[in-house]
Design a protein around this ligand. Structure first.
Ligand code: KG4
Ligand code: ZN
Length: 360
């Protein structure tokens, strides 16, 4: 079923066509240069740019594989979570497209779509193609642990299937990608911070600075179970304080230590994720992990998980880690094929919609 997927939840204006879990096109128009001067996404700019770009992005997603609007058999769109004004642009475009063509329309959750990304494949995915098309969508391997790591959300979840996802652990403050972005902002490394820190860290000494791991105990002061949760605000503060020490106490330019700071921060940030993930794997006995979200592109996270011999870890190819329309089309196709439809009254929401939190 040829499904057009539309993604406008944040700063990527994206559209793709997926057929049978195979990616026919995947167009991502990034707004990063337009938000970079503010070192963060400006919601008003984001929604305006989506409005200007969405038509051209969808047109390209259809033209790339030689399709026209008449070939599309269903439309999927991200409805939550995200920036409300941005979500509404994609949602209304998708509704209008489906209504005009009289084809089914389905709204999907952005975070579930990130977890779905590694199930997609490319038409020419083969041993020599260099493209890592992943598992067959019709042969799901349940249950698995989902490691969802993006700029706005971080969670470890148990996926029994894509309708039954239980969040085991989540961040109690900042998301992991947000921590990368904020550290990079304070140090002036660039925006967005994740890829910049990842690159800087490659030639840095990850043992140069000792940053603290959050003390999350099984039952926290709030009486809740935090055994798989994360926290990034303490790490962020420690890394930022280090900058003050450079400036005020040592009176040195922190740029000289940029690589070591990046490597030390990254090592701790990844360590926080892995601590929760390894605990969840040990407690649940689930040994397959599927990663998704922008931070899943992180080389340190990938290599440290690869070193862990007992877990089978599936990562999407790097270009499917960040926001894209293919993951939306893929998950939407799954729903549409079994007959699910969203009403034209469907609304967008800034909040997470698909998960519930349950403690094991
Ligand atoms: O999934 P995504 O594209 O958007 C959201 O749904 O939030 O994730 C964006 C986040 C940003 O915080 C960005 O800094 C981070 O992913 N990111 C990375 C890397 N590439 C992108 N973080 C760490 N290492 C990377 N290589
Ligand atoms: Zn995302």
């Amino acid at each position: 079923m040829k499904v057009l997927g539309i993604e406008t939840s944040c700063d990527e204006c994206a559209a793709a066509v997926v057929d049978g879990g195979t990616i026919l096109s995947n167009v991502v128009a990034t707004q990063i240069p337009f938000h970079a001067p503010w070192q963060g996404v400006v919601p008003e700019i984001a929604s305006r740019m989506h409005t200007e770009w969405i038509y051209g992005v969808v047109e390209k997603a259809l033209k790339d594989p030689g399709l026209g609007p008449e070939d599309v058999e269903g439309v999927a769109v991200t409805a939550h979570p995200g920036l409300l004004g941005s979500l509404l642009v994609g949602l209304h475009f998708a509704k209008a497209f489906a209504w005009a063509r009289d084809i089914p329309f389905i709204a999907v959750d952005h975070l579930l779509a990130h977890l779905y990304a590694s199930r997609l494949r490319y038409p020419d995915a083969g041993a020599d193609s260099g493209k890592t098309g992943a598992a067959d969508i019709h042969c799901p391997d349940y249950p698995f642990l989902g490691l969802l790591v993006s700029g706005g959300h971080s969670a470890i979840c148990r996926v029994d299937n894509f309708d039954d996802v239980t969040v085991l652990g989540t961040t109690i403050d900042d998301a992991v990608g947000e921590a990368f972005d904020k550290v990079a902002k304070f140090y002036g490394f660039g925006y967005p911070g994740g890829a910049v820190i990842d690159a800087l860290a490659k030639t840095g000494d990850s043992g140069a600075f000792k940053f603290p791991m959050p003390k999350l105990y099984k039952i926290g002061k709030d009486g809740k179970d935090h055994r798989y949760d994360f926290s990034y605000s303490g790490l962020k503060t420690a890394v930022v304080n280090q900058l003050e020490q450079f400036r005020v106490k040592k009176k040195v330019d922190p740029a000289g230590d940029a690589r070591d700071i990046a490597a030390s921060f990254q090592k701790t940030a990844v360590g926080i994720l892995l601590r929760g993930l390894f605990r969840a794997a040990a407690d649940t006995g689930i040994t397959t992990v599927v990663a998704g979200g922008g931070v899943a592109a992180n080389s340190c996270l990938r290599s440290r998980l690869a070193e862990h011999g007992e877990l089978r870890v599936i990562f999407p190819p790097p270009e499917l880690c960040g926001d894209n329309g293919a993951m939306v089309a893929g998950l939407g196709e799954r729903y549409l094929l079994r007959g699910d439809r969203s009403p034209m009254s469907e609304t967008a929401s800034a909040r997470v919609g698909a998960f519930r939190k349950r403690y094991p």
